[in-house]
Design a binder for this molecule. Structure first.
Ligand code: FDA
Length: 611
């Protein structure tokens, strides 16, 4: 409370979706007091997002939540048969191995990260993040609605509504995070420039329970695509039965004509749709919930103004194809939260926060573009079956039956279908889109090298790089013979310097620079006889520096700076790089810092003791 009896906090977060809940967990871990609110009485009730990609799993790993997440999730090896069929009981038209499960792709995924892509429903992910946040530094308030905000030089005054008693009250925060989803009021109030169109097509979700083992257990997948008359209406243009829990809980995504507005979905209609997609009306089905949503194609060109930062669907709104939404939202949070913590701690200049825009706005544009482009990758499947030419169900059945014939026309149709299915790798195996994010901003100290050329399709394939602005490449090292990832040596809110034998001068440099700048730089020498060894030689190769060089890794596991080899000016070089990343190039004192005199806190100590 301040003198006016207004509750105060360091960061107020609007929304407990993936973006808001991840922000709360991360800020709490960094020792930053925060309040996180949700206008409803609980987190997401329906599964919605589920594909949880490797970068997000790395963030959960950083938070110490990866094992719990894996326990809640369906593992990768049950995710990828991905059949296309006329109904679950009907003709199978083909399969595409997805989410890195094809043997030819599995190696790419395993090499890229210590964490594997998995299927974690959003209604389980959000509580997991909040459970981590609550006991630390987050105050979590449900039934609390954001109404508006006013910001000034020193903070933001936010007006909230207590939906239980109808009373409004103010909260004063140093910073405000708008993680309030696709209809963001914070974005609207802030007047952020949005590009694109909302509501380009209509989709409905039907969550239901049914034991479908007999149709699916032999071809395990998270998605079963149903191509049958009527299923190409609106929405994604194809009906999907999505696994929520193997093999008894499901979510159907079905389209509606957006011009007609959302349909009234009775239990009877929902059951009818579900039964047609299963292809067996005798299967007992229990409808749990129905809802409608629209496919959007919108991104914000700027994600923040002053002390207010927006993230997640608030600033990138797109179809669920590629499964990028929740992932990008959590990655937004990972980008922003360490920066807020460093600024609040007086370790970075507030101007450095502008790098959030510089780094994440291009990602917002990219994910929206990719997911919408993926909408165009599905209709060729219909075209190959003659759906668009001939809507008469009898003709469609005939076209599908023709696939079994040994005529030249049938061979042509089969080839067209195969080509159309293969093209969907951009929807399901876009590993590069998930993993190749590169930052070019004031919080990256360039080493003057050019961005390396992509050796393979940059959307489909991950390409590791240690160039400043890229993610720290993952390599397995050993500690006492046990495997640890390079990522495990870094993160958890701190900067890290990695070097090899002969690079010990960097350790002295780090000790000097951390004293000067007032922050800890964790250091590791990787090599023979050291705590961390490189027995496979992968770090030596992937680090792209000589043994005596150095990588400076930001708390979000991105490379902040690198040096090819040790120099006589190691301290000056490191000082310059760290000052650049922290926005302190113009020297101290940092007049506009919001230093907090934070007391030693046990939570932070707990985290740091894992190092
Ligand atoms: P989200 O909308 O989740 O959360 C917003 C929060 O703000 C909520 O807690 C809400 O109550 C709160 N709020 C809103 N207004 C408020 C106010 N005025 N005051 C207080 N609180 C307020 N993504 C993915 O990565 N992988 C996937 O596989 C899929 N699959 C998928 C399937 C389907 C069918 C859908 C519809 C969507 C997906 N997604 C997805 C997308 C994913 O669901 C979406 O991108 C994330 O939920 C976005 O998270 P946010 O936290 O940004 O917003």
């Amino acid at each position: 409370m301040n003198r006016n009896n207004i509750p105060e906090t360091e960061v107020l977060i609007i929304g407990t979706g993936p973006a808001g809940a991840a922000s709360a967990a991360l800020l709490s871990g960094y020792g930053v007091n925060n309040i996180v609110i949700n206008k409803w009485s609980w987190t997401a009730r329906t599964p919605r997002a589920h594909i949880t990609n490797q970068r997000t799993m790395e963030i959960l790993r950083d938070l110490g939540l990866e094992e719990e997440a894996k326990n809640l999730a369906t593992p990768n090896d049950l995710m990828g048969e991905n059949p296309f069929c006329t109904s679950l009981a009907g003709q199978e038209l083909g399969r595409v191995n997805t989410w890195g499960t094809h043997p030819l792709r599995r190696a790419d995924y395993e090499l890229a990260s210590p964490s594997m892509i998995c299927d974690l429903p959003q209604n389980l992910l959000e509580p997991l993040l909040l459970r981590s946040a609550g006991p630390r530094r987050s105050s979590i308030r449900f039934n609390t609605e954001y109404l508006n905000h006013v910001q000034d030089q020193n903070g933001v005054t936010v007006t909230l509504l207590d939906r239980l008693n109808g009373q409004t009250y103010d909260v004063r925060a140093k910073y405000l995070i708008g993680a309030d989803g696709a209809n963001s009021k914070v974005v609207e109030d802030l007047g952020l420039p949005l590009e694109g169109k909302m509501g380009i097509s209509g989709s409905m979700n039907i969550v239901f329970e049914a034991d479908l083992s007999e149709y699916v257990a032999h071809r395990p997948s998270v998605l079963y695509w149903i191509v049958q008359p009527g299923s190409n209406v609106g929405g994604l243009g194809i009906a999907v039965i999505r696994m929520v829990r193997p093999w008894y809980k499901w979510l159907v995504v079905y389209g509606y004509e957006v011009e007609d507005g959302p349909p009234e979905l009775t239990e009877e209609t929902a059951t009818h749709i579900v039964h047609s997609l299963i292809g067996n009306r005798n299967i007992p089905v229990k409808i749990e919930s129905t809802s409608t949503w629209t496919v959007n194609d919108v991104h914000a060109k700027q994600l923040s103004r002053g002390r207010v930062f927006c993230m997640g669907d608030a600033v990138h709104r797109h179809p669920p194809l590629n499964g990028l939404g929740s992932n990008a939202s959590i990655q937004d949070a990972f980008n922003l939260c360490w920066k807020l913590a460093h600024v609040l701690d007086g370790k970075a200049h507030p101007d450095m926060l502008e790098s959030y825009n510089e780094e994440r706005a291009p990602v917002a544009a990219q994910v929206v573009k990719r997911a919408n482009k993926s909408l165009d990758d599905l209709p060729p499947i219909y075209a190959a079956l003659g759906f668009f030419d001939e809507q008469d169900p009898g003709e469609i059945q005939k076209n599908i039956a023709e696939l079994c014939e040994s005529t030249p026309a049938a061979a042509e149709r089969r080839q067209a279908l195969r080509d159309a299915l293969d093209n969907t790798h951009y929807v399901y195996n876009a590993h590069g889109v998930e993993m190749n994010q590169r930052y070019d901003s004031r919080a990256v100290a360039t080493d003057g090298t050019a961005e390396p050329h992509y050796l393979r399709d940059a959307e489909l394939y991950h390409q590791a790089s240690s160039r400043p602005g890229a993610n720290l490449p993952h390599a397995w090292l050993t500690e006492n013979g046990h495997r640890v990832s390079t990522l495990d040596l870094c993160g958890r809110g701190k900067f890290t310097l990695l070097t090899g034998l002969g690079g010990e001068a960097w350790l002295d440099a780090a000790r000097t620079v951390e004293k000067e700048l007032g922050l800890e730089i964790r250091t590791h020498v990787i090599g023979f006889g050291r705590q961390y060894e490189d027995p496979y030689g992968d770090f030596a190769r992937l680090s792209e520096i000589s043994e005596t060089g150095a990588l400076v890794i930001r708390p979000d596991l991105f490379v902040g700076w690198r040096a090819q080899a040790v120099s006589d000016n190691a301290t000056a070089d490191l000082r310059a790089a760290m000052s650049r990343i922290l926005g302190r190039e113009n020297g101290d004192p940092l007049t506009d810092l919001h230093t907090r005199n934070r007391k030693a806190d046990s939570i932070k100590d707990h985290w740091m003791s894992q190092t």
